[in-house]
Design a protein. Structure first.
Length: 228
């Protein structure tokens, strides 16, 4: 290996191409996420600063939020968001679907499963449970994570995922951070749109469960979804 190739090999991207991602240090992996340095800091130096900052907070990098990262010289909104998004994606990929294989028979089964996860959550999360013909959960999908009191519910996204995963039926669940699970007009309208779309593609919406503090509402039980 000549000197030029040796220097190239030391760069994170080239190192990854030659030896694979497992050969990179944490700092080098982070440098790839950051992509560029600043006028006075090389990207590897900036990556070390970020790792050192997390250590000083006595936190894992995956638990540091955007506002904390913005305290680091050279880290702007774009870089901070890239780091947090990468950490969240890694967490989701590594975290197995806890509902997989579970049989769901009632709204209380959904509520019990979902309520524990959402306790203390300040944003609305819309989760889809994809079922087989025996009502066993095959997988889950996070449809959206909203702001303080709203999350998007798009029929096209819901059923494109359900079709790709060969679901026989789906159940939706979402939380109300206010603690009050009573459905809003938007919840009811969105649910009826999802149900209608499901009839067209042949994948039935069995229920939409809204959870709050120790209480839940089944839109099917309330008559907003057609009973079988």
């Amino acid at each position: 290996m000549n000197i030029v190739n040796s220097n190239l090999y030391k760069l994170p991207q080239e190192k990854l191409l030659y030896s694979g991602a497992s050969a990179l240090t944490d700092v080098e992996l982070l440098a790839l996420i950051l992509r560029t340095g600043t006028a006075d800091r090389k990207v590897l130096e900036l990556a070390r600063d970020v790792m050192a900052y997390a250590d000083n907070l006595s936190q894992e990098l995956c638990n540091v939020d955007v506002r904390e990262l913005l305290n680091i010289n050279g880290i702007g909104v774009s870089k901070a968001c890239s780091i947090v998004a990468s950490m969240e994606l890694a967490r989701r990929v590594r975290e197995p679907s806890t509902a997989s294989g579970i049989t769901i028979r009632t709204a209380s089964d959904v509520a019990e499963l979902f309520m524990k996860r959402m306790r203390g959550e300040k944003r609305e999360h819309v989760q889809m449970f994809l079922l087989n013909s025996k009502c066993n959960v095959e997988s889950e999908y996070t449809v959206s994570i909203g702001a303080l009191n709203s999350a998007e519910l798009n029929p096209r996204e819901v059923y494109s995922v359900a079709i790709r995963r060969s679901a026989a039926a789906i159940i939706l669940a979402h939380n109300h951070p206010s603690g009050d699970p009573e459905p809003s007009n938007v919840d009811i309208i969105s649910t009826r749109r999802i149900e209608a779309a499901g009839e067209l593609v042949g994948i039935k919406l069995l229920d939409h469960v809204i959870v709050g503090y120790e209480r839940y509402v089944s839109l099917r039980a309330e008559g907003y979804i057609e009973q079988e």
